[in-house]
Design a protein around this ligand. Structure first.
Ligand SMILES: Nc1nc2c(ncn2[C@@H]2O[C@H](COP(=O)(O)OP(=O)(O)OP(=O)(O)O)[C@@H](O)[C@H]2O)c(=O)[nH]1
Length: 452
């Protein structure tokens, strides 16, 4: 801390003392020019030189004070004004009054006073930048905390990061079970190449913000043209020392220096938010999936069925449902054991899943009984799919110990045509009745009509 006593008082003392000393030595000086010693050291002459020295000292002091004081006052008033605005801004959040463009001190002096004003202005710029960075980080963190859904979160984060870094393109790549998967990309042509590339294969500890060259073919998809970015930054998304993923930002020009310095701070918030979203995602999955077969469990699957039924009623589109039950499954358990039974269940769900289209729903209704929902399918469409599933199951033997076990399934199909609305219970009951008819008729078959 700088310690100054009253500088002007010190100046006054210094100047007056110097004046008096000059007055005291003046007689010696005049003797060099031939003035007689008696005259030079006469009381009158001595008094005159001392008074003159004193007067010159006082005059100098007033002169210096007259020139320097108002400029110093101007500087200090300017600083005071800015500090008051800043003080207010800390509470109101309105920092517009602290913008360097508004608050700069305009001291023209080329000497020390100008240097003081220059240093003050530099301090103001640094404060302004620090505030901007702090509010960018705060806004970024606040936005991230508003979402738990992984894709939505990734999208929001990338949008903000592009804004902050002024990047025209970017992507977020996540580590999902040991593989790099593209979570989101903006403005990149062929973004999948980014996830497939070797860019992220770094050893632990080497995960730092760095500048890279994108793999061939990855360009930025600007409004009028595609361009190979001039500057690309890669930033690791860390959480508890682990790399959860990477942010890639691409620009047509070189990124400002502050960008690579700012990114690690933003990545901390992003790491926490993405980790929360991943946990949420896992919990959702656990809540929705059957742990053995990895298809929807009954609770979640029935919810999805209700949603699809409402959609079908709204759009007046057909929807079909099938109930599938493995034949004589108890025997498999009894003969080969429960674990072999589990193996058969997993294999059969995989075989069934392969026969379905995207948007179809497969759920484990209970034990060895499954429901398949086919939105948009008529009874005839569903019958064909059911036949394909039945055929595939009966032609997919499962290795159980030394045996290649052949399993069959019975399937009951029901459907709504689009003009009639029915409840999920009605649809299930219908399919269930047809399933039991299939069992009664000898199993390994599909029944889709005749039983109401
Ligand atoms: N391994 C295994 N078995 C299960 C599971 N859930 C239910 N089961 C068994 O599935 C068998 C179903 O037997 P049943 O309902 O008699 O039917 P089924 O033997 O397939 O005879 P049909 O359906 O009439 O052809 C029972 O032995 C249950 O214990 C499971 O998660 N794993």
């Amino acid at each position: 801390m700088l310690k100054t006593k009253n500088v002007f008082r010190a100046l006054a003392w210094g100047m007056v003392t110097m004046g008096v000393i000059m007055g005291a030595v003046f007689p010696l000086f005049v003797m060099l020019f031939g003035v007689a010693e008696a005259t030079a050291f006469s009381t009158l002459f001595m008094m005159a030189t001392l008074v003159a020295g004193f007067a010159v000292g006082i005059l100098n002091y007033f002169l210096a004070s007259k020139i320097v004081r108002p400029r110093l006052r101007r500087l200090s008033e300017g600083m005071k004004e800015v500090s008051e605005v800043m003080d207010q801004a800390a509470f109101t959040g309105d920092w517009s009054g602290c913008d360097p463009a508004v608050c700069l001190l305009t001291e023209q002096d080329e000497g020390e006073l100008g240097a003081v004003a220059g240093s003050y202005n530099a301090l103001l710029y640094a404060l302004h930048d620090a505030h901007q960075i702090e509010s960018q980080i705060r806004h970024f963190t606040q936005t991230l905390s508003s979402s738990l859904e992984l894709n939505e979160l990734g999208d929001q984060a990338l949008t903000l990061l592009q804004e902050i870094a002024t990047a025209q393109g970017g992507a977020i790549v996540m580590d999902r079970q040991g593989e790099w998967k593209l979570l989101v990309s903006h403005g990149l042509a062929q973004p999948d190449r980014v996830a497939d590339s070797e860019l992220f294969q770094v050893r632990q500890g080497e995960a730092i913000v760095r500048r890279i060259v994108l793999p061939p073919g990855v360009t930025v998809d600007a409004v009028l043209t595609h361009f190979v970015p001039a500057d690309v930054i890669l930033a690791p998304i860390m959480h508890h020392g682990l790399v959860l993923g990477w942010v890639v930002l691409a620009s047509s020009t070189t990124f400002p220096d502050r960008v690579p310095r700012l990114l690690p701070m933003l990545m901390q918030g992003l790491g926490l938010a993405l980790n929360n979203a991943l946990m949420h995602d896992d919990l959702q999955r656990v809540a929705a999936l059957d742990p053995l077969t990895n298809v929807y469990n009954r609770r979640f699957g029935m919810k999805r069925l209700d949603e699809e039924l409402s959609r079908a009623a709204r759009n007046k589109t057909p929807l079909a449902l099938m109930m599938l039950d493995l034949d004589h499954f108890k025997r498999i358990n009894d003969t080969f054991g429960h674990l072999s039974g589990d193996k058969v269940l997993v294999r059969m769900t995989n075989v069934t899943r392969e026969m379905l289209r995207e948007g179809d729903i497969l759920l484990r209704y209970g034990g060895e009984e499954f429901v398949v929902v086919l939105p948009g399918a008529s009874l005839q469409d569903a019958r064909e799919v059911a036949e394909r599933i039945r055929f595939a199951i009966s032609h997919s033997p499962v290795d159980v110990g030394d045996h290649a076990l052949t399993v069959t399934a019975s399937i009951g199909v029901s459907a709504i045509s689009g003009s009639r609305t029915v409840s999920s219970e009605e649809l299930i009951t219908m399919a269930d009745k047809r399933l039991y008819a299939a069992k009664a008729a000898g199993r390994n078959r599909v029944i889709y009509e005749g039983i109401a």
